[in-house]
Design a binder for this molecule. Structure first.
Ligand code: PLP
Length: 406
């Protein structure tokens, strides 16, 4: 069979070969001792080789980097109240900076199995290290799971409004998204998920507890119902510490179609160092091991995460401070007639902006006062703002700015 016959008829690369011929140049390629010549049109552009499903990919909209934000607002980073990305305003325990300062062997590649960290995580979570995989943030694990499970054309179930990386990574991996929007009050539409699984035969469903951006929890009953379906369930617990509820890490030993994701970004103030982790059933984790980038967790990231776990009292104290502050922020937000805050189990509060006020304008006015919040103008979330919980003094600055711009 000639290699040309292997080209799928519908492949857009075939249109490249059928395009009007441009001036050409001769290339010599050496392969062992075999030299071959190929003809390269001079107008060849790198973009012509992009996989078709990526051609229309909408880029992910990340949060503006702190230094750039600081320059744009004309304010020093310390004068910006950054409540737009659910970061931990207290940062990591002091042991982290000490450990980073005395880090050994940054010139040597890290342990591809992150053994030290996984052993410490086993102690922290009560789940054996063989079930645990560490990633460059939970973000990497979301993508890794999809890369290992999805063929182009496969489907995932997404329950918007939720963390937008699920839909983004699905698009990157050539999968399509079956949306099962949340009910009013942001509860999961469990019968809707059951129906979607029966109708569309998706491979994965992403659930988030507490959910970003509203802070709702997934109940045991909801999770158990969804786990009965023929689908891999990824339960993202990035904010579980703030819910004062136990993590379901241990459930992966009972349910072979369940993955739990967690992160050091929120609980340990390590968002900038990128460390996430997950609990996986053994039947799945072995394939993720094979497919992951060998050195995905840097030496610095592993050192920092291990050091953070040596000070559980600090982590607990910071969590309690944020939970207390969340409750104070919630009651203060209720005093503003144009805001309707939703009760949250995470380190942020979502508010509907009511009346004639615009969430976008509110966000822009707050930014001029040096206070950053997130706003939403989406199909499932029109005219909302989300405020991350800060330190008490940051809440006070935010509240004064809100009163001023209202
Ligand atoms: C629900 C959810 N999952 C995962 C992440 C990403 O976590 P990480 O920083 O570990 O990549 C976020 C970040 O905001 C999130 O909101």
């Amino acid at each position: 069979m000639s290699s040309a016959m292997l080209l799928p008829a519908s492949s857009s690369s075939s249109s490249f070969f059928l395009a009007p011929r441009a001036p050409t140049t001769k290339l010599f390629m050496c392969c062992g001792n075999v030299a071959a010549s190929a003809t390269l049109p001079l107008s060849t552009k790198g973009g012509q080789f992009i996989r078709p499903h990526l051609l229309d990919l909408a880029p992910y909209t990340p949060i503006e980097p702190f230094e750039i934000l600081s320059a744009r607002l004309g304010r020093l980073p310390k004068d910006i109240v950054k409540l737009d990305a659910n970061e931990n305003p207290y940062g990591p325990p002091p042991e982290v900076l000490e450990a980073l300062g005395s880090m050994e062997f940054p010139n040597i590649y890290p342990d591809p199995e992150s053994r030290r960290l996984r052993t410490m995580l086993a102690k922290d979570t009560g789940l054996e290290a063989e079930h645990i995989l560490v990633g460059c943030g939970a973000d990497e694990l979301i993508d890794l799971i999809m890369r290992c499970t999805l063929d182009p054309g496969d489907k995932i179930v997404d329950c918007p409004p939720t963390f937008t990386m699920y839909a983004f990574d699905a698009a990157v991996n050539g999968a399509s998204v079956v949306k099962v929007p949340r009910l009013s009050g942001f509860a999961l539409d469990v019968p809707g998920i059951v129906k979607a699984v029966q109708e569309h035969r998706p491979k994965l469903v992403f659930l988030t507890s507490p959910n970003n951006p509203d802070g709702c929890l997934v109940t045991d009953e909801e999770l158990e119902t969804i786990l009965q379906l023929p689908i891999l369930v990824v339960l993202d617990e990035a904010y579980i510490e703030f819910a004062l509820e136990p993590s379901r890490m241990q459930w992966v030993k009972k349910f072979d179609n369940l993955v739990i994701l967690r992160t050091f970004s929120k609980r340990a103030g390590l968002a900038g160092l990128r460390v996430g982790y997950g609990g996986f059933p053994l039947s799945l984790i072995e394939y993720l091991w094979r497919a992951k980038q060998p050195y995905n967790v840097s030496v610095a990231a592993e050192v920092a995460a291990c050091a953070a776990l040596t000070n559980p009292i600090y982590l607990e104290t910071v969590k309690n401070a944020l939970v207390k502050e969340r409750d104070r922020l919630f009651s203060k937000l209720q005093e503003f007639p144009f805001l309707q805050p939703y009760p949250s189990h995470a380190n942020f509060i979502l508010c509907s902006v009511t009346g004639a006020k615009s969430a976008k304008q509110l966000k822009a006015k707050l930014a001029k006062e040096g206070v950053m919040v997130r706003h939403y103008e989406k199909e499932e979330l029109k005219n909302f703002i989300r405020i991350s919980v800060g330190r008490p003094e940051q809440t006070d600055t935010f509240l004064s700015a809100l009163a001023k711009v209202a």
